[in-house]
Design a protein around this ligand. Sequence first.
Ligand code: PEP
Ligand code: MN
Length: 336
Amino acid sequence: MIVKIHSNVPQEAVSEIAAILDTAQVRYHRTQFGGQPVFVAENISEAVCNALAKMPEVVSLVDISDPYPLCSAKIRPEGSVIRIREFAVGQGSFAIIAGPCTIETEKQVLTTAQHVKAAGATALRGGAYKPRTSPYAFQGLKREGLKILQKVSQETGLVTVTEAMSSEEVNIVAEYADVVQIGTRNAQNYRILETCGEARVPILLKRGFSNTLEEFLMAAEYILAGGNEQVILCERGIRTFEAHVRYTLPVGTIPALKLATHLPVIVDPSHAAGRADLVPSLSYASTAAGADGLLVEVHPDPDRALCDGRQSLTPDEFAEMAQTCAKIREIFRDNR
Ligand code: PEP
Ligand code: MN
């Protein structure tokens, strides 16, 4: 159950509601949603519900049985939109976030940014803190990389997305970038998710590669429970027995998530496929399935990339793919 409180009620009135729930021995969590204080409460009796519903401070009680009430589509059936400058994702705004796996040099990032912007990308990606399977692999330029990303953002006007791998890095990344990405390997690191909940920047949350849809939404719920409702979900493929791809992209998750949650849902076909030749097809399928955007790896010279060159598109391949995605969106425009 979600108890929504008017935004301008005095603190004492909110405490009075808390006292009613305490007396009734109801477990609850206090946070903010849609600019209003809310209580997320479990198992409230009908009598307590009736008492709360009569209070002038209470806007409404929304009965949501989903284990992820703040992410549930029932709390905001029209869907959420995340906006930063010209960048928007959700409610019909399609986001194309493109760029290299990792930030290598200013020239590499700037060249990529200019190309992807010309091709219709709405945001620039690039990793500064890289989660690498091998401790001996290139780990990213860290703060130096963030400074490059920020500089290129200022030059191109593109909004930036980059990953953080610890709570400390969430705060550092938020100083330099517009959107903090939480990668698949940290998708259930609850301390990091709590820090994201305290942050006041949008979070791009990837699906853990062995997470069910419900576990994915519960991870997002941690961020919303902390009062940060600016969350973009990203399906990036799950681990299966299949070996011709790096991960398996479950396209059916896209409409299923769109039914379950108000949060925007984007797809990363690059890490799912692990090979560039499949990226366009997976992007088309995701676009047709109702995704709110794509996160695509693009490198000016994939053969020389320090990370994930095999799955990176060239700028020309990306431009062609973006055009086809626009046509697919046009076909499906009236179907949802
Ligand atoms: C990435 O986007 O650079 C990345 C490492 O993705 P994932 O966490 O999905 O593997
Ligand atoms: Mn990568």
